[in-house]
Design a protein around this ligand. Structure first.
Ligand code: AMP
Ligand code: ZN
Length: 665
């Protein structure tokens, strides 16, 4: 029998290889299920024997580290921008310039220009040391904790590697994952994200790395940077990067003339549609590193590289009608209904117009011939009106003043782009949307009840708000369309079971504007029950960690409504959890209120995760980096010397695991 340490090592190694097969090679050799089982095994072993957990264990990929302020890091090698070209002539001019400046044959490497967020990864002795955003090119933000959760980023390298180097790449969000994230957002009544690029860069700046871990991000690498890399050309650099375990797309191609470069561009201008992620052009680089050196940099970009931008695909078509949609929160979205037209391989019938300002700015009118473009967005957008083709009898668009669903007069708050229907409890799409949110997976997770049935129940007048669900009987739902004996029973059972859903999820389910999952957790923890929360004032609310004015106002508004108060009373009456359970409360104290802890190293009696939970359960805060705001550094075995140094420099008390446990007894 192997020792525990050997088992942990072997499992870690195996999982690392599976991650690599799946995320870098796109070629998994075991099922997701088998992978999960093995990961769980490793987690359990590590929890029991934290002393053997490897620093780069695959279990670390799930995140958990929370960063409040991203530390600014100066790039050792500046991250430049790229010069752009838009035509064959531009490229030929560039070639002429290059040939005047360097000696000998010139070869080019053609790569795709991935549209995401640029990142610089630093490796030392084969281990990922740091991940920093481009920032202003000279300095960026340290987002290491978040980047570690991206499975295609190797934490530990394979084969032979230079002792120290940086590697540059792009963090992208493939379409499939992006669409899935948006489906989930729409399901809970939130605005979908606009495009994968912004969502990818936004993800890097999330404070909770566990949230980042849930996002299907990928990291595509394209440049090794540093000295003594052991390669002489860009192309060799890509090969080496691939051998070390990085994801380097194999579209990259060596070209011996500008004509071959142009062939590459023509090919990908069409075939990029088949790629799983967004690209916005091609990057052409001089292959020979010696020549790159000779060419050097301008103030802004390398002379040895050139981006060629694809033209965004555009068509013109007729705008037949502007219609208006009402969302769960009452937000109104104007939609352009277009004469169907082919664009970038799909038929486009509709485009979002976003809001009244957008319509006014472009002076978009029904009957206009409009230019539609598809860029990073999934939903195409209208970028201009062809004024030459405007019908003579055309009239400016009058934005609606009343809700298309319930005829209530719309409101638009100062500083907000969107119009809202204020008829919170009487507007059908809002009522239905709110109940759909209430029953959704991350909220009350009511099995046996789907979004369409909710709409039916509301339309049949069987329910008017989510508290009515708890009075439904099997006899009432049986006559509904597509409802059989068994499904009716399941529906009622599912509703009954939701009474066990814990308070923080109920709070999220209520659908208070701006109260998402994380905010709901914070509020539940702080106020402990709905009475206390309903009595909280704005001043009181904003003292809670991470609760700002906007959320505070929305919470107060919610509880000011008499109707909402009655609905809450009814939920309480039916036995829905409106307070933290005794079991949870029993473990919670205020003993560490106002104290911030940094946890580092390996511990004996509790795991690192448990330790963090203990801190939070006792009212303290966990931070990932030491600053003047840190109250204590809890030091375990094998704590990094730099953390200790920093704590000593800032005069922060360093305590042991036992000291800490004594605090909270
Ligand atoms: P721009 O932001 O338009 O100046 O373009 C420069 C950016 O393109 C770089 O910062 C990279 O993030 C990005 N990029 C995407 N793909 C590549 C690639 N294959 N080589 C170099 N840069 C790339
Ligand atoms: Zn309405």
């Amino acid at each position: 029998m192997n020792t525990i340490q050997e088992q942990i090592k072997a499992l870690s190694e195996e999982l690392r290889q599976h991650n690599y097969n799946y995320y870098v090679l796109d070629n998994p050799t075991i099922s997701d299920y088998e992978f999960d089982i093995k990961l769980k095994q490793l987690q359990e072993l590590e929890a029991k024997h934290p002393e053997f957990a490897e620093a780069d264990s695959p279990t670390k990929r799930v995140g958990g580290e929370v960063t409040k302020n991203f530390e600014t890091v100066v790039h050792e090698h500046r991250m430049y921008s790229l010069d752009n070209s838009y035509s064959k002539e531009d490229l030929l001019d560039w070639e002429t310039r290059i040939k005047k400046m360097v000696d000998g044959e010139v070869q080019y490497v053609c790569e795709l220009k991935y549209d995401g967020a640029s990142i610089s990864l630093t490796y030392e002795n084969g281990m990922l040391l740091r991940a920093v955003t481009r920032g202003d090119g000279t300095q960026g933000d340290d987002v290491t904790a978040n980047v570690k959760t991206i499975k295609s980023v190797p934490l530990k390298l394979k084969g032979n590697y230079p002792p120290k180097f940086d590697i540059r790449g792009e963090i992208v969000l493939p379409f499939e994952g992006f669409n899935k994230m948006n489906e989930e957002r729409i399901e809970i009544g939130e605005e979908p994200y606009r495009n994968p690029r912004n969502t990818a860069s936004g993800s890097l700046k999330l404070q909770d790395s566990a949230e980042v871990a849930k996002r299907p991000l990928e990291c595509l690498l394209y440049n090794l940077t540093g000295t003594n890399l052991g390669v002489n050309t860009q192309f060799e650099g890509l090969v080496l990067a691939r051998q070390m375990g990085f994801k380097v797309p194999d579209a990259a191609k060596l070209a011996t003339s500008i004509d071959e470069v142009l062939e590459f561009i023509d090919y990908w201008n069409v075939h990029r549609r088949d790629l799983p992620y967004e690209t916005d052009g091609v990057v052409i680089k001089i292959n020979n590193l010696q020549q790159q050196d000779e060419l050097g940099y301008t103030a802004k970009a390398p002379r040895w590289a050139m981006a060629y931008k694809f033209k965004a695909e555009q068509v013109s078509t007729r705008l037949n009608e502007i219609t208006y949609q009402v969302g769960r929160t009452g937000a109104i979205t104007p939609v352009a209904n277009l004469e169907p037209v082919e664009l970038a391989g799909t038929t486009v019938k509709r485009a979002s117009l976003h809001n009244a300002d957008q319509i006014e700015k472009l002076d978009i009118r029904e009957g206009d011939e409009v230019f539609v473009e598809k860029g990073g967005e999934i939903i195409p957008k209208i970028i201009a009106v062809d004024l030459n083709k405007r019908p003579i009898d055309s009239q400016p668009t009058q934005y609606i003043t009343h809700c298309p669903e319930c005829q209530t007069e719309l409101v638009r708050q100062e500083g907000e782009a969107q119009h809202y229907c204020p008829n919170y409890n009487g507007c059908k799409p809002q009522i239905i949307g709110r109940i759909q949110h209430f029953i959704s997976r991350k909220a009350m997770d009511i099995e046996g009840l789907g979004g369409e049935t909710v709409a039916l129940l509301v339309n049949e007048g069987l329910i008017g708000n989510y508290s009515d669900l708890y009075e439904l009987t099997k006899e009432q739902v049986l006559p509904l369309e597509r409802m059989a004996e068994k499904s009716a029973e399941n529906l009622i059972k599912g509703i009954e079971a939701s009474k066990q859903i814990p308070f923080e999820r109920v709070l999220f389910a209520l659908g208070i504007r701006y109260v998402g999952e994380t905010v709901a957790k914070k509020l539940a923890k702080h106020y402990k029950n709905i009475e206390a929360l309903s009595q909280a004032t704005i001043i009181d609310l904003v003292t809670v960690d991470e609760i700002g004015n906007r959320i505070a106002e929305s919470v107060v508004d919610f509880f000011t409504s008499e109707e909402n108060r009655q609905i809450i009373e009814r939920l309480k009456h039916f036995g829905v959890q409106l307070a933290l359970s005794e079991a949870v409360l029993a473990n919670q104290t205020d003993k560490l209120k106002g104290q911030t802890f940094v946890v580092s190293g390996v511990f004996e009696t509790v795991s690192r995760t448990e330790l963090k939970k203990l801190i939070e359960d006792n009212g303290g805060k966990v931070s990932s980096s030491i600053s003047s705001k840190t109250s204590f550094l809890v030091a375990g075995d094998k704590m990094g010397p730099s953390k200790r140094e920093k704590a000593e420099k800032l005069n922060i008390s360093i305590i042991s695991e036992q000291d800490f446990l004594n605090f909270i007894i």
